[in-house]
Write a protein that binds this ligand. Sequence first.
Ligand SMILES: Nc1nc2c(ncn2[C@@H]2O[C@H](COP(=O)(O)OP(=O)(O)OP(=O)(O)O)[C@@H](O)[C@H]2O)c(=O)[nH]1
Ligand SMILES: [Mg+2]
Length: 441
Amino acid sequence: MYDSHTIVAQATPFGRGSVSIIRLSGEKALLIAQSLASDSMVLRDRVVVLSSVFIDSKKKIDEALFTYFRNPNSYTGEDIVEISCHGNPVIVDSIIKRACFLGAKIAEPGEFTKRAFLNGKLDLIQAEAVGDLINSRSEEAALHQNKNLSGSVSSTVLKIQKDLLSILSSLEFEFDVSELDTHLPENVNNYLKVLKNSCLKVRSILNSYSMGLAYTQGLRIALVGKPNVGKSTLMNCLLGENRSITSSVSGTTRDTITSEITLSGVPVLLIDTAGITNTDNPIEKEGVLRASKEIERADIIISMSSPKIKKIETKHSKKTIHVYNKTDSIKAGLVKKPSYFYISALKNQGVDLLLERLKLLVTENNFSTDSTINNLRQKDALEKSLSSLTSALNILKNNKPELELVAFEIKDSMNFLSVFLGKVNSEDVLNGVFSNFCVGK
Ligand SMILES: Nc1nc2c(ncn2[C@@H]2O[C@H](COP(=O)(O)OP(=O)(O)OP(=O)(O)O)[C@@H](O)[C@H]2O)c(=O)[nH]1
Ligand SMILES: [Mg+2]
């Protein structure tokens, strides 16, 4: 599982810039860096050294800064040398090629972080948070990932494991003495308390999943309704820019039009759709089909109506906000339904209230805990752990609980918590996690 090759990759994004960083990690990192640089260069742990860089014994391609991180005090836990050269893909490629000639291997996506994990520098949750931190699209999302990176969720889970271990050892002790006596009732009460508490904690981390997902993947909000109801006008109003074409001609929007905004720190994709209607026009028909698909994909739907245009009737179970538009065109006598938002997208009236509601809705499943999760692997492991915990709890609630069975379920639950923390030996699981990373991380 552990590939001991020295690896190399560009750690900064591809392209031109003032600086690019090339990272070498492994046993030969120091040797290769030395061969790339001037003979006089002396690398010391965490000391930055300026040196020429050669891609052949005589060909000097750049002047670069070399920084050495001696193992185990480096990101990967191995010897690392970072070379900060000028940000030109030609220079970067030449140095990487030369490093490969000198014995390095191009790193796989996420291989640096995988090595950090395998060397015990990070647990799997923290490793996953590294990838998510890099991909964060809002300040809140970055703050949230940073909590995971600093081990917040891992320490909560470790605490649960510790509590479970304490009742497991107590149970095992009871098996040893069980010939003498049946279990002590006060112990059962204590077990029940710990199990209930652990269930609560696991459930609360599980509850953070949808919010964690919203932060990492974003939410989709679709504006839907019949033609001419004012979807595109509202889209432009929410964005504060003229993104969608609007007109009094019915069927103006044909394709779906998207734009990303951030609401309460959650990246949100606003989607303007074609008006839903019965039509023979093949282009409009395709637009209607796309609009229906957007309803299926959306997390939140803004369903619009106006004085002369009724809302559409579609069956779905999505969170829906009903918006009644064009209130400016009504003289008087509008009977308002309490659950509706009454706006004029054209005159920007009432849209601020709608925006407030949207902000609340996107953070509805707000974190109830510092420990949050955002990927399916983590969710799956916690769900299985919770299921065993619940079984243990149910067995223990019986009049004459079979303590061996309780212990079995607790062990199972603890195993899944270990899987959650990444204490797994499966290459498939690890590859699944790290293959989503960029090369160089
Ligand atoms: N008076 C008034 N007119 C509005 C309002 N919102 C939109 N309109 C007008 O209604 C017409 C249709 O607006 P659009 O935003 O293009 O409507 P749409 O729902 O996107 O229509 P399609 O793309 O054809 O499905 C335009 O002439 C808009 O100026 C409003 O709040 N008040
Ligand atoms: Mg439109």
